[in-house]
Design a protein around this ligand. Structure first.
Ligand SMILES: N[C@H](CCC[C@H](N)C(=O)O)C(=O)O
Length: 282
């Protein structure tokens, strides 16, 4: 059984292609594969099933075993895998995800840099979702861990809670993030970004992901944080998002979101039968 490791700005994923990994996935198997001590270790799994009628369809799983509607680094990685594995030969492809279709344009022959149409962003409470009456969740006071924060909530296919701060840090993201992720305000839980405004074209973020915790980078988080800053009138429509793992370029056209960034292939992982037997028991 083989799987393929990639990363997008230090947000690493394992690609499981049913042609090389012929085992059904379940939450327990996902958790063990993603475990950084007892398994291969990863920020998530990108699964290519043979059951889909569209060959480019991807299922996205978080290390906690839950399924995500979309992943920005994930779709860039999956597009690179499709090219590396010889499935994709065109310079532009459409990848269906649970949270809507994305369109990937390869910007070089190797496919290590690409521009992705991530779909439409929205702050509408019913689309995220956020409990309460239907409204635009922009600059709304919310309480987490007994403290009040002004938040802007965004869906780009998956849910995000964006909090603007004068200073941000990994420690702060890891302290507050779990309370936001699991707040009763968010029926599907939520990804959280802590955002420092640099200028009209630059923001810096720290990320606490739903089902994954702290990550070095996140494509959908970058889209959500940039869109939230745009909706609050803080930035223009061309924003560089800086994260601990690197930078992504976000462009906003009305509510349409475009993300440009790199992907890196790390290598193939061949699972020993001993570990495969462990997975089969789950
Ligand atoms: N944890 C996210 C999915 C991965 C997002 C992130 N890795 C990205 O690059 O967008 C969720 O549950 O919606």
């Amino acid at each position: 059984m083989e799987l393929f490791r990639y990363h997008g700005l230090g947000n690493d994923y394992l690609v499981l292609d049913q042609n090389y990994f012929n085992m059904e996935l379940n939450p327990e198997r996902i958790k063990l594969i993603c475990d950084r001590n007892f398994g291969v270790g990863s920020d998530g799994i990108l699964y290519k099933s043979n059951k889909e009628k569209n060959d480019y369809c991807v299922k996205i799983f978080n290390p906690d075993g839950g399924e995500a509607e979309k992943s920005g680094n994930g779709v860039r990685i999956f597009a690179k895998y499709l090219k590396d594995a010889g499935y994709a030969t065109n310079e532009e492809i459409l990848i269906p995800t649970l949270g809507g279709d994305v369109v990937v344009t390869y910007l070089n022959q190797k496919g290590t840099l690409m521009k992705v149409y991530m779909g439409e962003a929205t702050c509408s409470s019913d689309k995220i979702p956020v409990i309460g009456e239907k409204r635009e969740v922009v600059h709304e006071k919310m309480e987490f861990q007994g403290k009040e924060y002004f938040t802007t909530c965004v869906s780009v296919g998956n849910p995000h809670c964006v909090i603007f701060c004068d200073e941000i840090s990994k420690a702060f993201a890891c302290e507050v993030g779990p309370y936001v992720e699991n707040s009763p305000l968010f029926p599907h839980r939520i990804n959280t970004q802590f955002v420092k405004l640099i200028d009209k074209n630059n923001i810096q973020i720290e990320i606490y992901e739903r089902g994954a915790g702290y990550t070095m980078a996140s494509g959908s988080s970058s889209c959500a944080a940039a869109y939230a800053a745009y909706r609050n009138g803080m930035v223009d429509n061309d924003i560089t998002v800086s994260m601990p793992g690197g930078k992504l370029q976000i462009q906003i056209e009305e509510n349409n979101i475009f993300m440009t960034g790199p992907v890196c292939s790390i290598g193939k992982v061949i699972l020993d039968n001993e570990f495969v037997e462990q997975l089969k028991e789950l």
